[in-house]
Design a protein around this ligand. Sequence first.
Ligand code: PMV
Length: 309
Amino acid sequence: MPGIGYGKAILFGEHFVVYGMPGIAASIELNTTCTYEKKVSGGITANDLVTGETINYGEDKAKKLGQVIQVILRETGIKEKNFRLKLSTNMSLMGGMGSSAALGVSILSCLNKEFSLGIDDKRINEITFEVEKVFHSSPSGIDNTVSTFGGMLWFKKGAANTVEQLQIPEPVRIVLIDTGIINDTAELIAKVRKQKEENPKEFEKIFASYSELALKAKNEVEKADWKKVGSLMNKNQELLRRIGVSSSQLEKIIEASLESGALGAKLTGAGVGGNAIALTPEKELQEKVSKKCSALGFKTFKVTAGIKP
Ligand code: PMV
């Protein structure tokens, strides 16, 4: 029985969540699946993710995949040593879609069924947080939480994380647009931290503006007032520029999306490379934004945000 781990899009708060401010993220239908096959000998093998054509998952993914499996065996106590995991995904692996968290959830869900481990979502989430640490040293926990529980989540890191399901009438259409450039989340978190240390006053102001914006965003998401949500996403993007995680490619995508009528557009995830998100509640608008960005040479994903697995 395959295990599925869903991807995510951050609507508000990437990087800010690392410092304990709240964020809003939603699961999307793009996912990673993991299937199990028993082998009589030869140890554990797992393929790199397959995305249509075979692609290496990040630069030293083979090594990381091995580490991920070690973490999962350690945390679940699985003793079986001969099996093969087949992993495939339809997500972008450039960053921003939560592919590492989806990888963890897909493997864990698969092994949970195969070995009748009886672990619940809370535990899957905890173990996937350990998997996230293999990829980026100090994750906030937002990606594994969304991949595990799905929906539209309000998330705040803390001694115990605050996780709240925001009720929306139905998942909202978005376009995810891939810059085609791999981002390195750990490196970008470190870059922001350094800038914060060098400009404490400026960051204090930015953080205060973001905190205010996040509360407004929660309120508008709950009302499903997508026009206002879009406008707040644009304001979030301004703050992301100020902390130094935008790039010319992302700006090109954002400009094209807004020109095509997207209600809001910003980077999603760690930034610089990775993906951008455009808010496009109407089907025609989603199509229009996707076409425009495709015409500029970017790969686009027309999905809905807030699906429940
Ligand atoms: O690009 P991603 O999917 O790794 O998103 C990272 C979001 C950050 O806020 C930058 C990091 C984190 O762990 O919250």
